[in-house]
Write a protein that binds this ligand. Structure first.
Ligand code: ATP
Ligand code: MG
Length: 553
């Protein structure tokens, strides 16, 4: 029991206490994105945290669009955000909440505050309000409209709603404390006049609630118990509490803040990504070098790897950056037992096996994943001409090079031993062709005389090979070299994308489906690019290489 307590994060501890005290009977959490952009890995943390808590406590997870600010919102994001949340596995029962559906209740809530003498209509301009707020320890000054009567306030607020004043001419302010040490409590604006057409409510409203007023009401209406947000809202919590207290909700929700997730070597700032997209440096917001959820999906990440990553990172109140290599570690571990391991040659050289009969074609049985027999095996064609990777051949090898070189014998993965007898080069000395002989007694990768072979290399049968484009990625920026240049622009890694156009894949790749992940033996994990890949011209993304710089503790 004591042990169990220790492994719980601070939010779980708060929930446990609340349950023990009988504050709530059912835990309800929510994820409340503004539909104003793509979701990224940071949002994934919030989604999985809220969904995870709801699941852990047999509660409910609400998915709600926080669409109270029509200027910034674009409905085009509503679908993509839903797709992303679904893909991550956060089940919202196909029930989507919209904050804008609560505009009537929010209006009524404002009227209630006015009736309680807790809100007033103020005619000061935005600049005047700002100028009279005070600074830090210096208190603000009361608005000359602060002591309007309840009747007057009710009439004026109704007038605001009915379009009787210009945009910005009047606001509704909470009557709290102009001397509060917390600036958010100095009579904050809770409603403003703004003639904007809302995607959901059209022109019904010309007044819109401010975030700090709207959000606690949205939570309360849905019966949310724990409203989890990021640290920048810590200073807003007293206002959140004030709103739910003054509105006298029976089981007021509680705001809890945690530290945002930051990753090294990636870009999450919308401003920067927008520029990269506009300048054509990346291929849209789902470019596999980005960490939007759509980009991670396109790159070949799995929801379970992202979930494991979030579990490793944990939740805390202290800000820090997590190494991108840790995310790579998670996808590698995830795919190791589940992805088929197949043969792909990225930089091909043709090998001609001179003593192999010209018309003969064999089928070699190769296991799909040595670590997971459940994945079975497949048949791979083998014939006189094959491709191997350029790095698996050297004319003059250094010591301890056990791959192919003139006179040396290697094992072809899953089949015969071959010995290099000759090679051809072009004018620049680049190897164009290799000649070998094979030993017919070594089929299956062993020899009757038991002679030792140190090198095993992968290969692809030339007759049946699938031509493909393969895209290799590196981090788009390098944290150690500085993410930004002196002039504030991004210090981009010029090698973040390398395109290999002449790759040869074994025939079984013909069956690959968009998004499907594979291990290319000895090269790493790859997936079929869901955007650009076609049957005629397959395109693969490298998700991650096989080697890791990250070691789990
Ligand atoms: P904006 O800059 O447009 O306000 P935002 O990232 O705050 O962007 P929201 O749509 O308001 O976007 O975020 C939805 C939820 O995701 C919020 O609860 C927010 O706290 C959470 N969230 C956003 N970024 C991160 C992050 N980096 N780590 C963890 N949670 C995050
Ligand atoms: Mg926000």
């Amino acid at each position: 029991m004591a042990e169990e307590m220790q492994t719980k994060n601070f939010i779980e501890q708060i929930i446990d206490e609340d349950l023990a005290e009988g504050k709530y009977t059912k835990i309800i959490t929510r994820f409340p994105p503004e539909p104003n952009g793509y979701l990224h890995i940071g949002h994934a943390k919030s989604i999985l945290l809220n969904y995870g808590l709801a699941t852990e406590y047999n509660g409910q997870f609400n998915f709600r669009f926080d669409d109270t600010n029509p200027t910034k919102e674009r409905m085009e994001f509503v679908q993509s955000i839903q797709d992303d949340v679904k893909w991550l596995g956060a089940d919202f029962r196909d029930e989507v909440f919209f904050a804008s559906n609560y505009f009537d209740e929010m209006y009524e809530a404002a009227v209630k505050l006015i009736k309680k003498g807790k809100a007033y209509v103020c005619d000061l301009s935005a600049d005047e309000i700002k100028a009279t707020r005070g600074f830090g320890s210096e208190p603000g000054t009361d608005s000359p409209y602060r002591d309007r009567s309840v009747e007057e306030n009710l009439a004026l607020f109704e007038g605001m709603k009915n379009g009787e004043c210009e945009d910005g001419a009047r606001v509704l302010r909470a009557k709290i404390d102009m001397a509060s040490p917390n600036m958010n409590m100095r009579d904050p604006v809770i409603y403003r006049v703004a003639r904007m057409t809302h995607h959901n409510t059209g022109d019904k409203w010309c007044i819109y609630p401010m975030y700090d007023f709207a959000h606690p009401i949205e939570d309360a209406i849905e019966g949310v118990t724990h409203s989890i947000c990021t640290l920048e809202f810590e200073d807003h919590r007293p206002l959140y509490d004030w709103v739910v207290t003054e509105l006298e909700y029976e089981h007021p929700p509680k705001q809890i803040e945690f530290a945002k997730l930051y990753l090294t070597n990636v870009i999450t700032g919308k401003r920067y990504i927008k520029k990269l997209v506009e300048d054509g440096i990346v291929d849209g917001w789902d470019d596999p070098r980005l960490v939007s959820i759509a980009a991670l999906r396109r790159r070949g990440f799995t929801p379970s790897a992202i979930k494991t990553f979030m579990e490793l990172v944990g939740v805390s109140k202290s800000q820090s950056s997590v190494d991108y290599a840790m995310l790579e570690y998670c996808i590698r571990e995830d795919l190791k037992p589940t992805a088929k391991r197949m043969m792909a040659v990225l930089d091909p050289i043709k090998v001609i096996i001179d003593n192999y009969p010209e018309d003969k074609v064999e089928e070699v049985e190769v296991e799909n994943n040595q670590e997971n027999p459940e994945l079975g095996s497949r048949k791979v064609a083998f014939s006189r001409e094959i491709y191997i990777d350029r790095e698996d051949f050297m004319i003059e090898p250094p010591k301890k090079y056990f791959r192919l070189y003139p006179g040396n014998e290697v094992r072809l993965k899953g089949t015969y031993y071959i010995t290099c007898t000759d090679y051809k080069v072009d004018e620049e000395g680049k190897v164009t062709e290799i000649h070998c002989t094979y030993d017919p007694l070594t089929q299956g990768g062993t020899s009757p005389d038991g002679r030792k072979i140190k090198g095993t290399i992968h290969w692809v049968d030339a007759r049946t090979a699938v031509d493909a484009e393969v895209r290799l990625y590196e981090n788009i920026v390098d944290e150690e070299k500085g993410k930004l240049n002196d002039d504030g622009t991004l210090n981009l890694n010029p090698n973040s994308l390398q395109i290999l156009k002449n790759c040869k894949l074994e025939a079984a790749f013909k069956e690959a489906k968009p998004g499907e992940q594979f291990q290319f033996l000895r090269h790493g994990f790859f997936c079929v690019d869901s955007k650009d890949s076609t049957e005629e011209k397959p395109v693969y993304n490298r998700i991650v290489s096989l080697k890791s710089s990250y070691k789990p503790v």
